[in-house]
Design a binder for this molecule. Structure first.
Ligand code: GDP
Length: 424
């Protein structure tokens, strides 16, 4: 196997960082292709917690090359901060092990300000991270985005930045009443950051093509999840990029199809921010899941909403994301519960539905649950064997989704993984 994609099968936070880190040690290249520093991937190494946001989780693997593809929105200030944090944590990060596409879209102060103003003063609270991701993608679609290459040329930078600010200043002054930096100040700051970024800037598309042609093992690291995809997600409570396979082609480049598309899936469901959530548990069980699972966002610290596994949504994620197998995480958390249920179908407009579809109004569905034996013997996973209740839950999921579960995770540590299927 040479190419592998890791895609969130739910609403993000499935543990992609940990699983990417596991596979990265077996790969030559790790690629981010969409999103930005709204991602928060937590990896625990020997009890030490390291969080990556924009930088691929592969950076923790000394021999791997990390690539940030052109589909990513790059906040140079946030990158400088993450660079400093990773360096302070003893992670080696240099132009030798990290390349950033010259064609990346740049997040400016204007995007962050607009995102924050809309979230606090706008009509609909989408629950965004307020980091300017959505407004930066808007400018990309409107064909006025600043690219990393523009930061390396003062004239181009000022011309392009003027376009980015043009209509926003009316919104800042007349709609949201927020102060914003002058073009000169923002331009000067971005120019300085461009110098910091210059050694990392590269034509990553051609580099990736060459690496793939040379049979290098390449891992594509998705951020967020299928249910947050701009087209397949629970619109409008979504992120602004393609979080599935399409995002790899649009935002990094790939010859042919990946050998495996692993969907990352918690043993239950969580969702951060607003939007419908059919299997949400608003009772004590939900609170227990949140506390046992530490379900608080790595990027914003927000409490995540928790609920049972939702198979109609997962069947949909398998289709929409072209998933070929699943990695099931946080089994240890479910083990702390005395009861277990999973949603196997929906009742929707008087009909039984097995699978969701784009644009489905999830606020109107009634989940149909199946009661399962609880996972209280999951502690046995640490011994490398498959306890009967876990084997039963895995078989139940495989039967419903018709794809194999290839990997089990039962704790935040790097070592707390059980491989059921050989990938690399
Ligand atoms: P990502 O964005 O998909 O990488 O997910 P996050 O890193 O935001 O959230 C996953 C959280 O769960 C992190 O705090 C991980 O350390 C933690 N985690 C990952 N796998 C497991 C697991 O199997 N069990 C437990 N208890 N925690 C896990």
């Amino acid at each position: 196997m040479k190419t592998l994609a890791i895609i969130g099968a739910q609403w993000g936070d499935e543990g992609k960082g940990k699983v990417t880190d596991f596979f990265a040690s077996r790969c030559d290249v790790v690629v981010r292709f969409q999103g930005g520093n709204n991602a928060g991937h937590t990896i625990v190494v020997d009890g030490r917690k390291i969080v990556t946001h924009l930088v691929p989780s592969g950076i923790l693997t000394p021999h791997a090359l990390s690539i940030i593809g052109h589909g990513v929105v790059l906040d140079p200030r946030s990158f400088a901060q993450e660079h400093a944090d990773l360096t302070a944590a003893g992670v080696s990060i240099s132009p030798a092990n990290l390349k950033i596409s010259l064609h990346c879209n740049i997040i400016t102060s204007y995007h962050r300000l607009l995102d924050g103003a809309r979230e606090t003063q706008g009509a609909v609270k989408l629950g965004t991270t307020g980091r300017g991701i959505g407004p930066a993608y808007e400018d990309r679609a409107a064909r006025r985005s600043l690219k990393l290459a523009d930061l390396l040329d003062e004239k181009r930078l000022h011309a392009q930045l003027a376009q980015v600010l043009d209509e926003k200043q009316i919104l800042f002054a007349q709609r949201y009443h927020v102060d914003y930096p002058s073009l000169q100040d923002e331009g000067a700051a971005l120019l300085a950051l461009g110098e910091f970024l210059r050694p990392y800037a590269a034509d990553t598309f051609s580099l990736l093509h060459e690496l793939q042609s040379r049979q290098r093992k390449i891992l594509f690291e998705g951020a967020q999840g299928i249910l947050l995809d701009i087209d397949y997600g629970t619109y409008p409570f979504v992120t602004s990029s393609s979080t599935g396979l399409a995002g790899i082609y649009a935002g990094a480049g790939l010859q042919g199809a990946p050998d495996e598309v692993i969907g990352l899936c918690k043993a239950y469901t969580t969702r951060v921010g607003s939007g419908p959530f059919p299997t949400e548990l608003t009772d004590d069980t939900g609170t227990t899941l949140r506390e046992l699972g530490g379900e608080y966002g790595a990027t914003t610290g927000r409490a995540r909403r928790c609920g049972w596994l939702d198979l109609p949504l997962l069947r949909y994620a398998v289709r929409a994301g072209n998933l070929t197998s699943l990695a099931l995480t946080k089994l240890d958390v479910l083990a702390g519960l005395p009861a277990l249920q999973a949603c196997v179908a929906y009742e929707y407009d008087g009909q039984r539905l097995d699978v969701a579809f784009p644009g489905m109004d999830l606020a109107r569905v009634r989940p149909v649950y199946e009661v399962l034996p609880p996972l209280q013997d999951a502690a046995g996973l640490g011994a490398g064997s498959l306890p009967p209740s876990v084997a039963n839950y895995v078989a139940f999921i495989e039967r419903h989704l018709q794809i194999p579960v290839g990997l089990l995770s039962f704790g935040p540590e790097r070592s707390q993984l059980l491989q059921l299927r050989q990938y690399f």
